[in-house]
Write a protein that binds this ligand. Sequence first.
Ligand code: HEC
Length: 177
Amino acid sequence: MNTTSRSAARSHHSSIVTAGKARGAGALGALLLSLSAFGCSEALDAVGGGEEFTSIYESDQFQTCSGCHAPGAPGKVNGTEATQDWSTQQTANSSLQGTASGLIGNFQGCNGVPFIGPSAEQSLLVAVFDSDVRQNFENSQFPSCNGDAITDETLRLGGDLPPSLLQELKDWIDGGS
Ligand code: HEC
């Protein structure tokens, strides 16, 4: 496999790289073929991607995140959550597997908390959009990351996420993100 096809494959998903190797496929074309043979969601789910995430990432609402949550983003100020990188779908995927950082003041109790918890209800990424999840949020290792410390990110959107999009986000997480 040459370097170009390997990095192109990695930008999709590591198991596709494996699939490509297993078939001894060297060409990007063969990898793409194996991608469609797999079905995207099956092939991509393990690292937090998949068709569900594509649809979330491409929504108008989630397209705005990179205006602040990306290296060098125009809207980034001191105290902006700094781990998330919404520049591309791939960086969004991988950064969402991490934990919150860079929060200050009232919000600093959530530094270190995973964006994606064991379920949607236990996920900081959901808590910022769903006031019930926010009020009930509990992480025993981070007791101060509660409804008072978690920001309401719908304020950045000028309103709630459309219910169907919020549900998509929850389903993506509960489905193993
Ligand atoms: C206008 C800039 C801006 C935009 C756009 C924005 N954010 Fe934020 N976000 C912030 C800031 C600043 C913080 C830190 C907390 C605060 O000051 O309210 C934050 C915090 C967060 C946190 C951590 C919350 C906590 O309190 O622990 C998450 C998760 C988050 N944002 C997700 C998102 C997502 C997802 C999007 C896109 C739908 C988004 N944000 C859009 C500025 C923004």
